[in-house]
Ligand binder design. Structure first.
Ligand code: HEM
Ligand code: HEM
Length: 185
């Protein structure tokens, strides 16, 4: 096994990481665009894409987690301080927890209006057998919106941390998630 193979994430893990990052940003942009739509109908039509993409993100994250078992991440960077390793582990855990819980909460909330999720017109996820309770659905969506903001704050912190390692510490942390760049030591 080459040194790179032990210090970098696998190519498929990198692909899934960057795909999830792009999809999460797109998911946020769709939600904000829907909020700013001139009419409720237009906002609803835009939001249907958010619901469908939420299902896609859930599946991609599930694939990522299965792949993580098949091909575990490389060991933490030896030059990182213990507190950095701990914070990185907590942030990664929070990402996966939010990315799995948020779409499920969205599905439950939509179900409490009795609404199914149409996944880009290809197939439908039926409403879950939960009591019809739009007031509860609205509360869950409010929590979901707040979790969405928390996820974005975490993503900004996480991206800045990667840049700090590259620009200030001048270590190869970022190269672990990129197909180029050699990692020494
Ligand atoms: C991992 C998947 C998902 C992510 C990352 C995500 C993320 C977000 C974000 C960032 C916001 C905007 C928060 C704001 O600017 O106030 C939002 C709002 C919203 N999302 Fe999602 N979402 C996901 C899945 C879903 C699903 C599956 C549904 C429904 C079935 C859904 C329904 C909604 C609704 C209704 C809002 C508006 C909430 C409000 O502020 O009242 N989302 N989501
Ligand atoms: C919404 C955006 C993002 C999400 C949800 C996200 C999520 C994650 C997760 C969950 C991991 C842990 C991977 C694992 O061990 O399974 C990770 C690792 C990593 N991410 Fe991100 N990421 C995002 C954006 C970014 C950005 C913008 C950068 C760089 C500027 C970045 C750089 C990295 C690096 C370098 C690692 C490896 C860290 C290490 O080796 O300890 N990520 N990311």
């Amino acid at each position: 096994m080459s040194l790179n193979a032990r210090t970098k994430y696998s190519g498929f893990a990198m692909l899934l990481h960057w795909l999830i990052a792009v999809l999460v940003i797109a998911q946020w942009l769709i939600a904000v665009t829907a909020e700013d739509a001139p009419t409720r109908e237009e906002g609803g039509a835009i939001m249907a894409n958010h619901f469908a993409l939420g299902v896609v993100i859930f599946v991609v994250v599930a694939v990522r987690l299965v792949w993580r078992l098949v091909s575990p991440p490389p060991p933490p960077v030896s030059g990182h301080a213990p507190w950095e390793k701990t914070i990185a582990r907590i942030v990664h855990l929070l990402f996966y927890a939010l990315l799995l819980v948020m779409p499920i909460a969205g599905w439950i909330a939509l179900s409490s209006y009795g609404e199914p999720i149409s996944v880009f017109g290809l197939f439908q996820l039926p409403a879950l057998p939960v009591p019809q309770n739009p007031a509860l659905g609205e509360q869950i969506f409010e929590l979901h919106g707040a979790s969405g903001i928390a996820l974005l704050v975490l993503a900004a912190f996480h991206g800045l941390a990667a840049l700090k390692h590259t620009l200030i510490d001048k270590d190869a942390t970022l190269c672990r998630m990129l197909p180029f760049g050699t990692i020494k030591g």
